[in-house]
Design a protein around this ligand. Structure first.
Ligand code: SAM
Length: 172
């Protein structure tokens, strides 16, 4: 699959800092290449970059990028995750696997233009829940779980362990 990007809209730095951080980290952990966040938030950028610095991989974050700019400059397919969208299995079958993908998730009310501009509006069930959960389930289904334990060559890596915590730190 080519690059996967996430566009987080409606970010309010004070109120959403934990949720947006978790959206960004979930996207990274599950194989996305980077995230755009509509409201400028240097603290959020610093926190996410610190995880990338320690745990590795290629992952970028840019904040202060409006969804129109991100979508207009994007050469790929746009998927908007919304409880009102088509069923997950149906939507997934229409995702083009040979193009970059931009996945849009909201915070509060999402402007209707996003529904119109998206190539696909896809639901993860049609009950209201969370952008973090919707993104995790969608990415897991999209990638068939293959990024969950992929090697990121970070300074720190966690070794799966039946009990206890094993973390290997690279010194060089
Ligand atoms: N009430 C808002 C609306 O009408 O757009 C949704 C708010 S919800 C807390 C925040 C985001 O979570 C949504 O914008 C959507 O991206 C995602 N989300 C929540 N439930 C979802 C579902 N069942 N399927 C897909 N995405 C969902």
């Amino acid at each position: 699959m080519p690059g996967i990007w996430v566009m987080r809209i409606g970010h309010r730095p004070q109120r959403d800092k934990r949720v947006t951080t978790h959206v960004a980290l979930t996207a990274r952990a599950m194989g996305a290449s980077g995230i755009f966040v509509d409201t400028a938030d240097p603290v959020l950028e610093e926190n996410v970059r610190s995880v990338v610095e320690r745990f590795g991989g290629d992952y970028s974050i840019r904040t202060g990028i409006g969804w129109r700019d991100a979508l207009n400059g994007f050469d790929g397919a746009v998927v908007h995750l919304t409880m009102y969208g088509q069923r997950l299995e149906e939507g997934l079958s229409k995702v083009p696997f040979d193009r970059d993908l931009m996945i849009v998730v909201g915070a509060e009310k999402v402007p209707f233009e996003v529904y119109e501009q998206a190539d696909l509006n896809i639901s993860v069930g049609n009950q209201p829940h969370s952008e973090i959960a919707a993104l995790a389930v969608f990415l897991d289904r999209l990638t068939a779980g293959k990024n969950l334990y992929s090697e990121r060559d970070g300074k720190m890596s966690v070794v799966p362990n039946e009990r206890g915590k094993t973390v290997v730190e690279r010194t060089s």
